[in-house]
Design a protein around this ligand. Structure first.
Ligand SMILES: CC(C)(COP(=O)(O)OP(=O)(O)OC[C@H]1O[C@@H](n2cnc3c(N)ncnc32)[C@H](O)[C@@H]1OP(=O)(O)O)[C@@H](O)C(=O)NCCC(=O)NCCS
Length: 165
């Protein structure tokens, strides 16, 4: 599937927000019988990528994932909801904030188990970086989120320069 149009119009954060829901079962288990961390990381990466694809209307690749902390184990049988929203866009890059909530399917008790920030780059059909639409922050919270993301992206850039990458 290809899409060659370059979307120009700026979009709001809400327009590309993504929510994935997964009912965990035995095939998601690690050796301890809890949900395997890799299952969560894959869902997190997919949700972030989908939000960026919605925003950019193009394929995207993951270029950076900040540290991801697992606050507590997720029990098999939990319903996992992964929410991703854009926090910042550069010229070709986009940062997403991805949050994981584990829910007991019977009691409805919810726990926030992970939060991650992931950077993606939009690519064209030749796998070269391509520009993305601007991002509109509509609320004071969204504007604050965008400012914080801008600082994180500036820090990542400094680190890349330091590491000569
Ligand atoms: C994405 C890719 C095509 C970009 O190549 P490039 O054009 O030479 O890269 P650049 O250095 O110009 O960076 C492009 C953008 O990504 C950003 N970027 C690159 N590396 C980054 C990092 N580690 N952290 C944060 N941002 C990064 C740059 O700041 C730039 O952003 P901007 O255009 O918004 O200013 C190339 O790096 C690539 O193919 N990487 C592998 C991706 C991959 O395979 N991922 C795993 C599977 S999805």
């Amino acid at each position: 599937m290809t899409f060659s149009g370059v979307p120009e119009a700026a979009k709001t954060i809400a327009e590309s927000k993504v929510q994935l829901t997964h009912f965990t079962g035995p095939s998601d288990a690690n050796g301890l019988g809890n949900v395997h961390g890799g299952v969560i990381m894959k869902l997190v990466d997919e949700a972030g990528a989908l939000a960026c694809m919605r925003h950019a209307q193009s394929w995207v690749v993951t270029v950076a994932m900040d540290s991801m902390t697992f606050r507590e184990p997720i029990l098999i049988g939990s319903v996992v909801t992964v929410t991703a929203e854009l926090t910042y866009v550069g010229t070709t890059s986009m940062e997403t904030r991805v949050e994981v909530i584990a829910e007991h399917p019977l009691t409805g008790a919810k726990t926030r188990t992970n939060t991650a920030y992931i950077v993606y780059v939009a690519i064209d059909t030749d796998h070269r970086a391509r520009s993305v639409p601007k991002l509109i922050a509509n609320t004071p919270e969204e504007r604050a989120m965008m400012e914080a993301a801008k600082e994180r992206q500036a820090y990542r850039k400094q680190q890349r320069i330091k590491e000569g990458a």
